[in-house]
Design a protein around this ligand. Sequence first.
Ligand code: FAD
Length: 393
Amino acid sequence: MTHKILIIGGGTGGLAMALFLEKAGIPCEIYEQAPEFSNVGASYAVHPNGVHVVEQLGLSEQLSEVSHSLDNYIFKNKDGDTVYDIKDQFPDSPFLDGLIYVSRYDLIDILYQEIKRREIKINYSKKLKDLRQDDESVTAYFEDGTKATGSLLIGADGTHSKTRELIFPYEYLRYNGKWAVFGMAEEGTLGAAEQFMQQDDLISYFKDDFNFTISKHHPSRKERLSWVFIQNQERKVPKKYFDEKPADVFKDELAAKFSDFKEPIGELIRRSSTFFPTQVFSAGNLPKFSFKRVALIGDALQTTDPYSGMGATLSLEDGLYLAMMLRDHSDYKDAFYYYEFDRKETVRGIHNEAAEMENLSDEEIDQFLKKMSGEALESSYLNPPKINWEDRQ
Ligand SMILES: Cc1cc2nc3c(=O)[nH]c(=O)nc-3n(C[C@H](O)[C@H](O)[C@H](O)COP(=O)(O)OP(=O)(O)OC[C@H]3O[C@@H](n4cnc5c(N)ncnc54)[C@H](O)[C@@H]3O)c2cc1C
């Protein structure tokens, strides 16, 4: 069967999938709601599996030029004492072997430049509104009144996926019991918090019902320190709390939570140049990864919990794997079946394990981490087997 694949959403998942489809000789076009490619979002971890996906696109050099390689992952308490040290506990674990932190903008830019170089078409200002499918094709309808028809449609449109809403109308997005703030800070502007520029590890601080994670995300840029704050809160905080509160007031309130911390996290928050608070939503476990001619990847498929730090990695892997299945199975139903069958355990495992990390005290975190013996760490969600594009089914 000859495909023309419509990809809804030009985030990491959609761009990676388009690049792998092009490698497989399968025509596709991307439809993105934004009017242009722009610098939005803060930073995230990309696990070795995600880095491996980018390498297979021939883009590893570009990635290492704009990302920060993490030496270790350390958990600390409010006194600055190390509660847990992954390298110390699991010196041979592949988990740290290739773990990086990078800004969302830089990772997307690398993929986007490659999309342009390979002349894959991105249609901007195309916000999916509706879709119809029959035995032969699927048609996407956009808010600007235009439409596009293809053989298959891939929903890579993120957490608030319209594609998911259209194919699984009963799987509504739920408040996930937490809110988060993403921040970035510039070297040379941080006062006492400049000390965080001296460390190359990923560091998480846990206390009662919140945690704070810090890392560098770029080797040389002035704004190259990132952090994410996650607050567990059962009753949802209204959206206006995030939209209407002046950033300086919000920063002061957040910084006050760290008043009894030995390390100057409050000062880091106050002096941050990027400050991006948000409610966290989740779609839970969907019954299926696809419906007829439409499949989902990345956050559209499984909105990842910020605790897992796996959103970018999963979206890259989903894009690669689904393109690989479409390359190897001329029957799209088989391709969708194997995509779901082979990915289900990893995708759901990540979701469920991240949920376990909520509301853990220092002692419980210690137990949680110890539960993963060296061997278990290798087989757990932190280290599923890498996916190789050259493997064939
Ligand atoms: C603006 C933004 C900022 C983010 N910042 C961070 C961050 O700081 N840290 C972090 O860990 N994660 C962040 N994320 C989430 C992170 O990017 C994802 O978890 C991860 O990269 C998964 O990628 P994805 O391609 O599945 O989804 P996304 O990266 O969310 O990409 C989805 C794409 O689909 C487009 N889209 C959405 N709806 C439609 C529609 N109806 N029609 C057409 N296109 C549509 C969006 O504009 C977006 O480009 C952010 C996401 C967004 C959209």
